[in-house]
Write a protein that binds this ligand. Structure first.
Ligand code: MN
Length: 200
């Protein structure tokens, strides 16, 4: 079985002015497509037909090409789903209650998440995860993620933010904090809530 690049659930220009059209197009058709192709190439001599989550959990059994590209494939899959032209505002549903009980308020969670995203040195991802019933915030380097057995930061992703320069440099140049701020205007809270409910 080959992994396939998913279509975005909106047009490349749908997230303007927060995430610009050119960045979205390059990010999907070059970067995400690249991880997908490289993952399939890295696994071509592997007879197993495994779910991506199973590969991530057992990533120590694979070489570095699988680690980088399985992470890149999975991370972008969930990232696109977590964005919406109708997004923004405040969390809704069960995840809203869980955020309040774990962090005190949405604003307190947001501040902690922003700090995790801003301080990840170099390339990586910021996460809100469900770790055995507890919501936690952290970050991972490169294309690692909290489902990987080798990751120091573990859990099931509920919010994901790509902080590689390729995600923001064309529009925001070195201003990563402005890109992080823009993310909250297009976050898809319905999807966040769905991911939370599915991990409970
Ligand atoms: Mn990316």
């Amino acid at each position: 079985m080959k992994f396939e690049l998913p279509n975005l659930p909106y047009n490349y220009d749908a997230l303007e002015p927060h995430f610009d059209t050119r960045t979205m197009e390059i990010h999907h058709t070059k970067h995400h497509a690249g991880y997908t192709n490289n993952l399939n190439n890295a696994l071509k001599d592997n007879p197993d037909s495994l779910k991506i989550e199973t590969i991530l959990a057992n990533i120590n059994k694979y070489d570095i090409a699988v680690r980088n590209n399985a992470g890149g494939y999975y991370n972008h899959n969930i990232f696109w789903e977590l964005l919406s032209p109708k997004g923004g505002g405040k969390p809704t549903g069960k995840v809203s209650e869980a955020i309040n009980s774990s962090f005190g308020s949405f604003e307190a969670m947001q501040e902690k998440f922003n700090a995790a995203a801003a301080t990840r040195f170099g390339s990586g991802w910021a996460w809100l995860v469900n770790n055995n019933g507890k919501l936690e915030i952290g970050s991972t380097p490169n294309q690692d993620n909290p489902l990987m057995g080798i990751s120091e930061f573990k859990g099931t992703p509920i919010i994901a933010l790509d902080v590689w320069e390729h995600a923001y440099y064309l529009h925001y140049q070195n201003r990563r904090p402005d890109y992080i701020k823009a993310f909250w205007n297009i976050i898809n809270w319905e999807k966040v809530n769905e991911l939370y409910i599915n991990t409970k």
